[in-house]
Design a protein around this ligand. Sequence first.
Ligand SMILES: Cc1cn([C@H]2C[C@H](O)[C@@H](COP(=O)(O)OP(=O)(O)O[C@H]3O[C@@H](C)C(=O)[C@@H](O)[C@H]3O)O2)c(=O)[nH]c1=O
Length: 183
Amino acid sequence: MKITKTTIEGCLRVENTILEDDRGFFVETYRQSELSAALGRPYRFAQGNHSRSQPGVLRGFHTEPWDKLFYVASGTALCVVADTRPESPTFGRHERFLLGDEGTRDRVFIAEGLSNGFYTFSEVHYINDVSGEFTPEGRGGVIWNDPTLAIDWPVADPLLSEKDAGLPTLAQLHPDHSLVTAL
Ligand SMILES: Cc1cn([C@H]2C[C@H](O)[C@@H](COP(=O)(O)OP(=O)(O)O[C@H]3O[C@@H](C)C(=O)[C@@H](O)[C@H]3O)O2)c(=O)[nH]c1=O
């Protein structure tokens, strides 16, 4: 297991060794002790989540008050992490991860306050362990095609939830930030 930093503080890639044999494969997707060591703090999960999406779905961007460790167990998804923390030196930056059957079996860790979303190229089973139990309060997000983030998504017309279609832009959330006023 190799845990590497990305260009966004608080976003880590967890690379895992795939052990294949005639039956298929086996992979450890994380070890809590190794994640804690990489983070420099004890880490515990509070809730496990699993969603299934049909092809062409986009879920996100979601900004939530808990850390997340996500994984694509089946199918292929383009997962994007965006730094939407206004006080962050990398505010506005994003990282892309192609996860699943046509991508990697990596997991991605994101700290509370970062935003993430994913687009599905096929039916996708998405597994996400989080550090806090769900409450709707404190959940937020940013519109998937935000002009400041300028993500190069594979399509212009993904299937969105009503909630995600109504998310605000970064400029609406942080109108005085120098990055959004520069646009
Ligand atoms: C996230 C969550 C949702 N729900 C409920 C709320 C709603 O009725 C239903 C579907 O919720 P959503 O539409 O927000 O689900 P979804 O769009 O799949 O939200 C997820 O998106 C991806 C990108 C993530 O990384 C996750 O952390 C989570 O934010 O499930 C829970 O009961 N517990 C939970 O932990």
